[in-house]
Design a protein around this ligand. Sequence first.
Ligand SMILES: Cc1cc2nc3c(=O)[nH]c(=O)nc-3n(C[C@H](O)[C@H](O)[C@H](O)COP(=O)(O)OP(=O)(O)OC[C@H]3O[C@@H](n4cnc5c(N)ncnc54)[C@H](O)[C@@H]3O)c2cc1C
Length: 494
Amino acid sequence: MNANADEKMASPASVEVDVVVVGAGLSGLSAAYELTKRDPSLRVAVLEAKDRVGGRTLTTTLKAAGGEDVWDLGGQWVGSSQTHIMALIQELGLEVYSQYDKGKKYMKLGDNKIRTFTSIPALPFWVLIDLYFLMRKIDSMSSQVPIEDPYQCQYAEKWDSITVEEFMQQQCWTAGAKEAADCLFLILGGADCSQMSLLFLLAQTNAAGGTGAVFDSSQSGQEFKVKGGTQQISSLLAEKIGKQNIFLNHPVMTVTQDDTQVHITTTKGDVFKCSRAIFTTMPQQTASMQFNPCLPAEKLELFKRMPAGYIVKFIITYQTAFWRDEGFSGEIVSSGKTDLLLGVLDATSPNGNPALVGFVAAKHAVKWSSQEASKRKAAVLSAIAEFLGPQAEECLDYVEKNWGEEPYTLGGPGCIGGTGCMAYYAAGLRKPFKRIHFGGTESATAWCSYLSGAVQAGIRTAIEVLHHLRPQTVTQEELKQTAYCPDSAQKKND
Ligand SMILES: Cc1cc2nc3c(=O)[nH]c(=O)nc-3n(C[C@H](O)[C@H](O)[C@H](O)COP(=O)(O)OP(=O)(O)OC[C@H]3O[C@@H](n4cnc5c(N)ncnc54)[C@H](O)[C@@H]3O)c2cc1C
């Protein structure tokens, strides 16, 4: 969406519509699209605090071997088991391409030895066995955690009272396995294992279909990327919804509801009145708004305990994919005790422009980001050069995106549930509060915290709203996925 088009969007002082959607990320736009697709007569307004659509997706242009090309600084990978995002990509006429993973990979753990491997990580035999059993244990425990309401699990209270760190200390008998797992969770979640409830991790793992689906790039989570970048999914949705219905630079501040209407006021003082509202903002962003009447205690308690992770993503472009020429996939996982912890993958574009993508996460990112920009860049390039050789320092372009500094987001890739939060999880995330419905990827029941979860949650909130405003457009089967499922743990609340 270009800036000129954005500026032309109306900025009314008082607007009355059927539905207001808060947040123009993938979840909010999926909700608005579903509403207008099912009944074009519905009047829908989307309010977004930023000056752009896309939320945690952001596509940028960089200098490339072939001139210029685009790369994703936010959500990027999709996979065939992520049915909601894959269906949307297809519906919008976009194409995906495979993540390059041919060749040897690099790994460096606490002993500071650089190892290469192809399929099985180059770890000592006993570390591999230990890691294998840890992952199988997580899979077997997570299969007992129903994502619709993790607290229904028999061991919920016990598993929610310990952190992932404590669990790994109990389970792992080699330091190497614990460190490898630590490193994977940290890069994927953007948080230290000591911050995360074990039950939260198990619920998220179950929602993604197990550890294999989450970690293995040849399977689901990191299988494909979207040609042209993921932010265009939001731009295309915005076009379908009608740009005149999307209000950028409209941060929501206060929300008042009574028996007939919801009044939503932005920081500029504009008031949007509607019959139903959908909030797709991240939990702590929602908690920072003023609700009258106040949000239910279970929501507030959950939102307080679900901060965003801390993640920085960088893209480096090159003249040649020299690592491929030398038989390497470009994949690096490094957690050397004294080094910058990072995860790196090949990011060569579908146009053939060579690039690497990488992450610095959690406490490592907090420390690293306190340095000047030139020092941060030098630290990343020299850390990669340690594996790929001095050519890694000869880049064409370098960009980093610190999501911890992004207004109205303040972190990523998703939000982290701390110990004690899961008792409020189902009702806190998904239960409607009178005329207000709650989406956002964190509230999904499949691939929560991912792009696919954002779409699923958006569609679910649209169905909830349609159930009230246009019941003829919703089937009983669809209602089963919502808070209005007759035998759901979440009882109807309207
Ligand atoms: C670095 C990074 C890498 C990632 N990699 C992947 C990946 O490879 N694959 C994957 O599937 N997922 C990935 N993710 C996660 C994925 O991007 C998110 O799950 C998804 O984009 C979330 O969409 P959403 O609509 O639920 O939330 P958001 O995109 O966060 O949208 C919420 C919107 O609400 C707006 N908002 C906040 N406060 C207000 C307010 N007061 N008033 C109005 N609007 C407000 C925000 O500005 C934002 O636009 C990654 C995320 C990051 C940050």
